[in-house]
Design a protein around this ligand. Structure first.
Ligand code: DP6
Length: 366
Protein backbone atom coordinates (compact mmCIF):
# COMPACT_ATOMS: atom_id res chain seq x y z
CA UNK A 1 0.00 0.00 0.00
CA UNK A 2 1.06 3.59 -0.51
CA UNK A 3 0.26 6.78 1.43
CA UNK A 4 -2.66 7.80 -0.79
CA UNK A 5 -4.45 4.51 -0.02
CA UNK A 6 -5.08 6.01 3.42
CA UNK A 7 -6.93 9.05 2.07
CA UNK A 8 -10.58 8.05 2.62
CA UNK A 9 -13.35 7.93 0.02
CA UNK A 10 -16.02 10.64 0.43
CA UNK A 11 -17.86 10.07 3.71
CA UNK A 12 -21.17 8.20 3.43
CA UNK A 13 -22.73 8.98 6.80
CA UNK A 14 -23.27 12.02 9.01
CA UNK A 15 -22.51 11.90 12.72
CA UNK A 16 -22.99 14.93 14.97
CA UNK A 17 -21.57 13.61 18.21
CA UNK A 18 -19.72 10.53 19.38
CA UNK A 19 -17.58 9.25 22.22
CA UNK A 20 -14.95 6.59 21.58
CA UNK A 21 -12.55 4.96 24.05
CA UNK A 22 -9.60 2.66 23.33
CA UNK A 23 -6.97 1.10 25.58
CA UNK A 24 -3.62 0.63 23.92
CA UNK A 25 -0.48 -1.08 25.24
CA UNK A 26 3.15 -0.09 25.17
CA UNK A 27 5.70 -2.29 23.38
CA UNK A 28 9.34 -3.22 23.82
CA UNK A 29 11.57 -3.48 20.75
CA UNK A 30 13.81 -6.55 20.35
CA UNK A 31 15.35 -5.09 17.19
CA UNK A 32 15.42 -1.33 17.66
CA UNK A 33 14.16 1.52 15.51
CA UNK A 34 16.82 4.24 15.76
CA UNK A 35 17.11 6.71 12.93
CA UNK A 36 14.37 7.96 10.61
CA UNK A 37 13.80 9.76 7.32
CA UNK A 38 11.22 12.46 6.54
CA UNK A 39 7.55 11.71 7.28
CA UNK A 40 8.31 9.25 10.06
CA UNK A 41 9.83 6.66 7.73
CA UNK A 42 12.16 4.36 9.71
CA UNK A 43 15.79 4.05 8.63
CA UNK A 44 15.67 0.32 9.44
CA UNK A 45 13.15 -2.43 10.23
CA UNK A 46 12.31 -3.28 13.86
CA UNK A 47 10.39 -5.97 15.77
CA UNK A 48 8.77 -5.69 19.21
CA UNK A 49 6.88 -7.63 21.81
CA UNK A 50 3.55 -5.95 22.51
CA UNK A 51 3.13 -5.47 26.26
CA UNK A 52 0.08 -5.91 28.41
CA UNK A 53 0.19 -4.05 31.75
CA UNK A 54 1.69 -0.75 30.55
CA UNK A 55 -1.17 0.88 28.66
CA UNK A 56 -2.89 4.18 27.92
CA UNK A 57 -6.68 4.56 27.90
CA UNK A 58 -7.89 7.43 25.73
CA UNK A 59 -11.43 8.74 25.22
CA UNK A 60 -12.26 11.15 22.45
CA UNK A 61 -15.54 13.07 22.35
CA UNK A 62 -16.38 14.40 18.88
CA UNK A 63 -18.74 17.35 18.43
CA UNK A 64 -19.63 18.66 14.99
CA UNK A 65 -18.79 22.35 14.53
CA UNK A 66 -21.34 24.79 13.10
CA UNK A 67 -18.72 26.03 10.65
CA UNK A 68 -15.74 23.87 9.65
CA UNK A 69 -12.35 25.16 10.82
CA UNK A 70 -8.98 25.04 9.02
CA UNK A 71 -6.89 24.12 12.03
CA UNK A 72 -7.75 21.31 14.43
CA UNK A 73 -9.67 22.30 17.55
CA UNK A 74 -9.23 20.18 20.62
CA UNK A 75 -8.87 20.11 24.39
CA UNK A 76 -6.53 17.67 26.05
CA UNK A 77 -6.86 16.24 29.57
CA UNK A 78 -4.35 13.93 31.19
CA UNK A 79 -5.51 12.00 34.28
CA UNK A 80 -8.49 14.33 34.55
CA UNK A 81 -6.60 17.66 34.31
CA UNK A 82 -5.98 19.96 31.35
CA UNK A 83 -2.43 19.38 30.13
CA UNK A 84 -1.17 22.20 27.95
CA UNK A 85 2.39 20.89 27.52
CA UNK A 86 1.20 17.79 25.63
CA UNK A 87 -0.73 19.91 23.13
CA UNK A 88 2.11 20.78 20.70
CA UNK A 89 2.83 17.07 20.09
CA UNK A 90 -0.88 16.43 19.45
CA UNK A 91 -1.10 19.52 17.23
CA UNK A 92 1.82 18.21 15.19
CA UNK A 93 0.04 14.84 14.96
CA UNK A 94 -3.15 16.50 13.62
CA UNK A 95 -1.09 18.50 11.13
CA UNK A 96 0.56 15.30 9.85
CA UNK A 97 -2.71 13.34 9.67
CA UNK A 98 -5.21 15.88 8.35
CA UNK A 99 -4.96 14.65 4.73
CA UNK A 100 -5.86 11.16 5.91
CA UNK A 101 -8.61 12.28 8.33
CA UNK A 102 -10.43 15.10 6.48
CA UNK A 103 -13.27 15.06 9.06
CA UNK A 104 -10.89 16.65 11.59
CA UNK A 105 -11.69 20.17 10.35
CA UNK A 106 -15.41 19.71 11.03
CA UNK A 107 -15.30 18.61 14.68
CA UNK A 108 -14.25 19.76 18.11
CA UNK A 109 -12.41 17.01 19.98
CA UNK A 110 -12.12 16.50 23.71
CA UNK A 111 -9.29 14.06 24.35
CA UNK A 112 -8.89 12.49 27.81
CA UNK A 113 -6.01 10.14 28.52
CA UNK A 114 -4.69 8.17 31.47
CA UNK A 115 -1.83 5.71 31.91
CA UNK A 116 -1.81 2.43 33.83
CA UNK A 117 1.79 3.05 34.86
CA UNK A 118 3.04 5.74 37.22
CA UNK A 119 3.30 9.18 35.64
CA UNK A 120 6.91 10.30 35.07
CA UNK A 121 8.21 6.77 35.62
CA UNK A 122 10.55 7.28 32.70
CA UNK A 123 8.45 4.74 30.79
CA UNK A 124 7.71 6.08 27.33
CA UNK A 125 4.00 6.71 26.97
CA UNK A 126 4.14 7.97 23.39
CA UNK A 127 3.69 4.48 21.90
CA UNK A 128 0.59 3.62 23.95
CA UNK A 129 -0.72 7.21 23.90
CA UNK A 130 -0.42 7.82 20.17
CA UNK A 131 -1.77 4.39 19.25
CA UNK A 132 -4.84 4.84 21.52
CA UNK A 133 -5.53 8.26 19.97
CA UNK A 134 -5.09 6.94 16.41
CA UNK A 135 -7.52 4.09 17.14
CA UNK A 136 -10.18 6.50 18.44
CA UNK A 137 -9.85 8.64 15.29
CA UNK A 138 -10.01 5.83 12.78
CA UNK A 139 -12.87 4.21 14.71
CA UNK A 140 -14.77 7.49 14.37
CA UNK A 141 -14.04 7.48 10.66
CA UNK A 142 -15.61 4.03 10.53
CA UNK A 143 -18.93 5.65 11.57
CA UNK A 144 -18.60 7.97 8.58
CA UNK A 145 -17.56 5.19 6.20
CA UNK A 146 -19.12 1.99 7.58
CA UNK A 147 -17.78 -0.09 4.73
CA UNK A 148 -14.22 0.14 5.99
CA UNK A 149 -12.86 -3.41 6.35
CA UNK A 150 -11.29 -4.66 9.59
CA UNK A 151 -7.96 -5.16 7.78
CA UNK A 152 -7.97 -1.55 6.56
CA UNK A 153 -8.99 -0.31 10.01
CA UNK A 154 -5.97 -2.00 11.64
CA UNK A 155 -3.53 -0.80 8.96
CA UNK A 156 -4.82 2.75 9.03
CA UNK A 157 -4.64 2.88 12.85
CA UNK A 158 -1.01 1.77 12.69
CA UNK A 159 -0.26 4.16 9.81
CA UNK A 160 -1.70 7.12 11.77
CA UNK A 161 -0.04 6.07 15.03
CA UNK A 162 3.32 6.08 13.21
CA UNK A 163 2.79 9.71 12.26
CA UNK A 164 2.39 10.50 15.98
CA UNK A 165 5.36 8.45 17.18
CA UNK A 166 7.18 5.80 15.15
CA UNK A 167 7.14 3.03 17.75
CA UNK A 168 3.39 3.62 18.32
CA UNK A 169 2.64 1.84 15.03
CA UNK A 170 3.79 -1.37 16.78
CA UNK A 171 1.18 -0.99 19.56
CA UNK A 172 -2.03 -1.89 17.71
CA UNK A 173 -1.76 -5.69 17.63
CA UNK A 174 0.26 -8.45 19.35
CA UNK A 175 2.05 -10.53 20.31
CA UNK A 176 4.97 -9.60 18.03
CA UNK A 177 4.86 -6.72 15.57
CA UNK A 178 7.25 -5.92 12.75
CA UNK A 179 7.61 -2.48 11.18
CA UNK A 180 9.79 -1.40 8.25
CA UNK A 181 10.25 -2.96 4.83
CA UNK A 182 12.30 -6.18 5.08
CA UNK A 183 13.09 -8.51 2.19
CA UNK A 184 12.34 -11.64 4.25
CA UNK A 185 8.92 -10.56 5.55
CA UNK A 186 6.01 -10.52 3.10
CA UNK A 187 3.75 -7.46 3.42
CA UNK A 188 6.28 -5.61 5.60
CA UNK A 189 6.07 -1.85 5.14
CA UNK A 190 7.73 1.39 6.21
CA UNK A 191 4.24 2.89 6.55
CA UNK A 192 2.76 0.70 9.28
CA UNK A 193 3.46 -2.22 11.58
CA UNK A 194 2.12 -5.71 10.86
CA UNK A 195 1.48 -8.64 13.17
CA UNK A 196 4.43 -10.98 12.89
CA UNK A 197 3.03 -14.08 11.19
CA UNK A 198 6.23 -16.18 11.06
CA UNK A 199 6.61 -19.33 13.14
CA UNK A 200 7.06 -18.61 16.86
CA UNK A 201 8.11 -21.36 19.33
CA UNK A 202 5.86 -21.90 22.37
CA UNK A 203 8.64 -20.78 24.76
CA UNK A 204 7.89 -17.18 23.69
CA UNK A 205 4.23 -17.42 24.74
CA UNK A 206 3.51 -15.33 27.80
CA UNK A 207 7.11 -14.04 27.90
CA UNK A 208 7.73 -11.77 30.88
CA UNK A 209 9.08 -8.23 30.91
CA UNK A 210 9.80 -6.89 34.37
CA UNK A 211 10.57 -3.20 33.94
CA UNK A 212 13.04 -1.82 36.48
CA UNK A 213 12.67 1.90 37.16
CA UNK A 214 16.26 2.95 37.63
CA UNK A 215 15.82 6.62 36.82
CA UNK A 216 12.43 8.28 36.79
CA UNK A 217 13.75 11.67 35.74
CA UNK A 218 13.02 13.52 32.53
CA UNK A 219 14.65 11.83 29.53
CA UNK A 220 18.08 13.32 28.84
CA UNK A 221 17.53 13.05 25.09
CA UNK A 222 14.09 13.07 23.48
CA UNK A 223 13.62 10.33 20.90
CA UNK A 224 13.20 12.95 18.17
CA UNK A 225 16.62 14.39 18.99
CA UNK A 226 18.01 10.88 19.35
CA UNK A 227 16.85 9.76 15.91
CA UNK A 228 18.33 12.97 14.50
CA UNK A 229 21.75 11.96 15.81
CA UNK A 230 21.83 9.16 13.24
CA UNK A 231 22.06 11.73 10.41
CA UNK A 232 25.73 11.96 9.50
CA UNK A 233 26.62 9.42 12.20
CA UNK A 234 29.88 7.61 11.30
CA UNK A 235 28.34 4.15 11.84
CA UNK A 236 24.77 4.76 10.65
CA UNK A 237 24.98 2.87 7.34
CA UNK A 238 26.48 -0.22 9.00
CA UNK A 239 23.86 -0.03 11.74
CA UNK A 240 20.93 0.20 9.31
CA UNK A 241 22.29 -2.74 7.29
CA UNK A 242 22.91 -4.71 10.49
CA UNK A 243 19.29 -4.28 11.59
CA UNK A 244 18.10 -6.03 8.40
CA UNK A 245 20.37 -9.01 9.20
CA UNK A 246 19.29 -8.98 12.84
CA UNK A 247 15.63 -9.17 11.86
CA UNK A 248 16.48 -12.18 9.65
CA UNK A 249 18.35 -13.86 12.54
CA UNK A 250 15.47 -13.15 14.90
CA UNK A 251 13.06 -14.87 12.49
CA UNK A 252 15.07 -18.15 12.78
CA UNK A 253 15.42 -17.76 16.55
CA UNK A 254 11.70 -17.19 17.05
CA UNK A 255 10.97 -20.33 15.03
CA UNK A 256 13.56 -22.54 16.75
CA UNK A 257 13.08 -21.21 20.30
CA UNK A 258 16.89 -21.04 20.74
CA UNK A 259 17.02 -18.93 23.90
CA UNK A 260 20.81 -18.63 23.99
CA UNK A 261 20.75 -17.05 20.55
CA UNK A 262 17.74 -14.91 21.56
CA UNK A 263 19.62 -13.55 24.59
CA UNK A 264 22.66 -12.67 22.52
CA UNK A 265 20.62 -10.93 19.86
CA UNK A 266 18.43 -8.92 22.26
CA UNK A 267 21.26 -7.77 24.53
CA UNK A 268 23.47 -6.91 21.59
CA UNK A 269 20.66 -4.79 20.06
CA UNK A 270 20.20 -2.89 23.32
CA UNK A 271 23.92 -2.20 23.64
CA UNK A 272 24.18 -1.24 19.97
CA UNK A 273 21.42 1.35 20.47
CA UNK A 274 23.39 2.83 23.37
CA UNK A 275 26.66 2.56 21.42
CA UNK A 276 25.06 4.69 18.68
CA UNK A 277 24.30 7.36 21.27
CA UNK A 278 27.77 7.18 22.76
CA UNK A 279 29.39 7.61 19.33
CA UNK A 280 27.22 10.41 17.95
CA UNK A 281 27.98 14.13 18.07
CA UNK A 282 26.90 15.35 20.54
CA UNK A 283 27.36 12.09 22.50
CA UNK A 284 25.28 10.81 25.38
CA UNK A 285 25.60 8.14 28.04
CA UNK A 286 22.03 7.27 28.94
CA UNK A 287 22.80 4.38 31.27
CA UNK A 288 23.24 5.16 34.96
CA UNK A 289 25.65 3.37 37.31
CA UNK A 290 22.69 1.29 38.53
CA UNK A 291 21.86 0.23 34.96
CA UNK A 292 25.32 -1.35 34.74
CA UNK A 293 25.01 -2.89 38.20
CA UNK A 294 21.79 -4.56 37.09
CA UNK A 295 23.32 -5.79 33.83
CA UNK A 296 26.25 -7.35 35.68
CA UNK A 297 23.92 -8.98 38.23
CA UNK A 298 21.82 -10.44 35.39
CA UNK A 299 24.92 -11.90 33.73
CA UNK A 300 26.18 -13.41 36.99
CA UNK A 301 22.80 -14.93 37.86
CA UNK A 302 22.37 -16.37 34.37
CA UNK A 303 25.80 -17.99 34.66
CA UNK A 304 25.09 -19.68 37.99
CA UNK A 305 21.39 -20.54 37.63
CA UNK A 306 21.02 -21.96 34.15
CA UNK A 307 18.11 -19.60 33.48
CA UNK A 308 17.50 -17.52 30.36
CA UNK A 309 16.72 -14.03 31.55
CA UNK A 310 18.16 -11.18 29.51
CA UNK A 311 17.94 -7.41 29.42
CA UNK A 312 16.98 -4.82 26.91
CA UNK A 313 17.01 -1.02 27.12
CA UNK A 314 15.20 1.87 25.53
CA UNK A 315 16.83 5.26 25.08
CA UNK A 316 17.20 5.70 28.84
CA UNK A 317 18.46 4.12 32.06
CA UNK A 318 15.55 1.80 32.87
CA UNK A 319 16.05 -1.92 32.31
CA UNK A 320 13.57 -4.38 30.82
CA UNK A 321 14.24 -7.90 32.13
CA UNK A 322 12.86 -10.51 29.71
CA UNK A 323 12.36 -14.18 30.68
CA UNK A 324 10.17 -17.16 29.81
CA UNK A 325 7.05 -18.04 31.81
CA UNK A 326 8.50 -21.39 32.97
CA UNK A 327 11.42 -19.64 34.73
CA UNK A 328 9.45 -17.04 36.66
CA UNK A 329 9.63 -18.86 40.02
CA UNK A 330 13.43 -18.67 39.84
CA UNK A 331 13.86 -15.31 38.14
CA UNK A 332 11.34 -13.11 39.96
CA UNK A 333 12.74 -13.82 43.49
CA UNK A 334 16.21 -12.99 42.09
CA UNK A 335 14.86 -9.70 40.72
CA UNK A 336 13.32 -8.87 44.09
CA UNK A 337 16.41 -9.69 46.09
CA UNK A 338 19.21 -8.53 43.84
CA UNK A 339 17.89 -6.06 41.29
CA UNK A 340 15.23 -4.00 43.06
CA UNK A 341 17.82 -2.42 45.42
CA UNK A 342 19.14 -0.62 42.31
CA UNK A 343 15.71 0.83 41.43
CA UNK A 344 14.30 4.12 42.67
CA UNK A 345 12.30 3.11 45.75
CA UNK A 346 12.39 -0.51 44.48
CA UNK A 347 9.86 0.53 41.82
CA UNK A 348 9.20 -1.89 38.98
CA UNK A 349 6.36 -3.01 36.72
CA UNK A 350 5.57 -6.67 36.15
CA UNK A 351 4.55 -6.81 32.53
CA UNK A 352 4.33 -9.58 29.95
CA UNK A 353 3.58 -10.06 26.29
CA UNK A 354 0.09 -8.93 25.30
CA UNK A 355 -2.21 -9.09 22.32
CA UNK A 356 -2.83 -5.51 21.34
CA UNK A 357 -5.25 -2.65 21.80
CA UNK A 358 -8.86 -3.08 22.94
CA UNK A 359 -11.94 -1.03 22.25
CA UNK A 360 -13.64 0.11 25.45
CA UNK A 361 -16.66 1.95 23.97
CA UNK A 362 -17.73 3.59 20.71
CA UNK A 363 -21.07 5.40 20.74
CA UNK A 364 -22.40 7.74 18.05
CA UNK A 365 -25.13 10.19 19.06
CA UNK A 366 -27.05 11.74 16.22
C1 DP6 B 1 14.69 3.49 21.46
O1 DP6 B 1 9.01 5.95 18.58
O2 DP6 B 1 9.77 7.27 20.57
O3 DP6 B 1 12.39 3.06 21.86
O4 DP6 B 1 9.17 8.39 16.14
O5 DP6 B 1 10.46 10.23 17.24
O6 DP6 B 1 8.36 9.36 18.31
P1 DP6 B 1 9.57 9.04 17.44
O7 DP6 B 1 10.45 8.00 18.25
P2 DP6 B 1 10.06 6.80 19.20
O8 DP6 B 1 11.45 6.01 19.21
C2 DP6 B 1 11.60 4.82 19.93
C3 DP6 B 1 13.00 4.40 19.94
C4 DP6 B 1 13.34 3.23 20.84
C5 DP6 B 1 13.46 1.94 20.03
C6 DP6 B 1 12.18 1.30 19.55
O9 DP6 B 1 11.15 1.38 20.26
O10 DP6 B 1 12.23 0.67 18.49
Amino acid sequence: MIETDFVPLPYQQEVNEAKITWKSPSNIALVKYWGKKAHQIPANPSISFTLSACATTTSVTFEKLQTPSKGSRFDFFFEGRPKEDFKPKIDQFFERTKTYLPFLGSYHLKISSSNSFPHSSGIASSASGMSALALCLVDFERFLNPEMTEAHFIKKASFLARLGSGSACRSIEGALVQWGAHAGIAESSDLYGIRYEGEVAAIFNNYHDTILLVDKGQKQVSSTVGHGLMHGHPFSEQRFAQAHDTVSSLQSILASGDLKAFIQLVESEALTLHAMMMTSLPYFVLMKPNTLQIINKIWAFRERSDTHLCFTLDAGANVHVLYPENEKTLVYPFIQEELLPFCEKRQHICDRVGFGAKKVTATPYN
